[in-house]
Ligand binder design. Structure first.
Ligand SMILES: [Zn+2]
Length: 321
């Protein structure tokens, strides 16, 4: 089934570039990138890869190992040093409170995360830096995190979100000036997927076997792939979103459910966060596709609402057979 949803752009907000004086990287304008003072302690190689037009908040395992070796530090320590650089990507028109996170994937690659707020919309649409980091690592093929370095202690919501990870039992949290601690140190008496009889967890490779029964363009295919890899063990309403910009960049986001329901992450939020790391302003979105399975927790309404806050592009929806 296919339909197109007309949405009115109520604010034409685009990417909030205005008023946030702390923001030193304006999306869509690479020349605006200015690094925090911590750049002084980083090797030239970091500056080079970070300056590359193709950089999108991911440092390959080989580059990460090379940087750590040059600096004589561990990957966990490198991730902690990179947190201020991930923080540059925060989009915080409401709170002006920037949070950065850097995840060390099981492969040894590093992934940035930064918080994202949607101007004018409910605070519940906020993406936390930890969530952005997980979405970034997951959509780039990672199947678990060893360590998550964060600029401040994770909020209760994120502790619950992180406990959904397939390797939550071994994930460690790195905070400034504090010893590395397991996630479970910050979340005693946890409630998680195992309490609801779910085996495995978030970031585990999924193949949900969805199809839409008709040819799809590249953006539609990316949305379908995201839905097929999405994590929806509680409602089976698998979902994925893909956004294409006028520069031809396609960013996808996968739905991530949580045992406690509220900390679930919508596929649109994940995709918008990917746009930020790919330096694509929201007002350059020219195509938006949601693919979802029929179920009890549809993303259609909320995706329309949030999309219309940042873009006048209509949402195309495919419901899988
Ligand atoms: Zn949080």
């Amino acid at each position: 089934m296919f339909y197109s949803v007309k949405v009115n752009c109520r604010k034409n907000a685009g990417l909030p570039q205005q008023t946030n004086i702390k923001r030193i990287f304006i999306m869509g304008d690479p020349d605006s990138k200015r690094y925090p003072p911590e750049i002084q302690s980083m090797p030239d190689a970091f500056r080079q890869l970070s300056d590359a037009s193709t950089f999108h908040g991911v440092i390959s395992a080989a580059d990460a190992a090379s940087l750590a070796q040059q600096m004589g530090i561990s990957l966990e320590q490198l991730a902690t040093k990179l947190v201020p650089f991930a923080q540059l990507y925060a989009v915080v028109p409401i709170s002006n409170y920037q949070v950065g996170a850097v995840g060390v994937g099981l492969t040894g690659a590093l992934y940035y995360g930064a918080n994202l707020e949607v101007a004018g919309e409910a605070l519940s649409f906020t993406v936390h830096a930890e969530q952005a980091c997980i979405a970034n690592a997951w959509v780039n093929g990672e199947q678990g995190l060893a360590t998550l370095a964060i600029s401040a202690a994770p909020c209760g919501y994120c502790r619950q979100f992180l406990y959904e990870l397939v390797d939550a039992a071994t994930l460690t949290i790195a905070l400034p000036g504090q010893p590395l601690q397991p996630l479970t140190y910050y979340l005693p008496d946890p409630f998680g997927p195992h309490d609801l009889g779910v085996q495995g967890g978030l970031m585990q490779a999924q193949s949900n076997g969805l199809s839409v029964g008709q040819p799809l363009d590249q953006t539609g295919q990316a949305a379908l792939a995201a839905a097929n890899a999405s994590y929806s063990p509680y409602t089976s309403t698998f979902a994925g979103v893909a956004l294409r910009t006028s520069a031809g960049v396609i960013c996808a986001g996968r739905y991530a459910e949580n045992a406690a329901y509220n900390p679930s992450m919508s596929p649109l939020e994940a995709a918008l966060s990917q746009l930020v790391f790919n330096n694509q302003p929201f007002d350059t979105i020219v195509e938006a596709v949601l693919v979802e399975a029929p179920g009890t927790a549809s993303q259609v309404g909320t995706t329309q609402t949030v999309l219309s806050a940042v873009s006048s592009t209509p949402l195309t929806v495919y419901v899988t057979s």
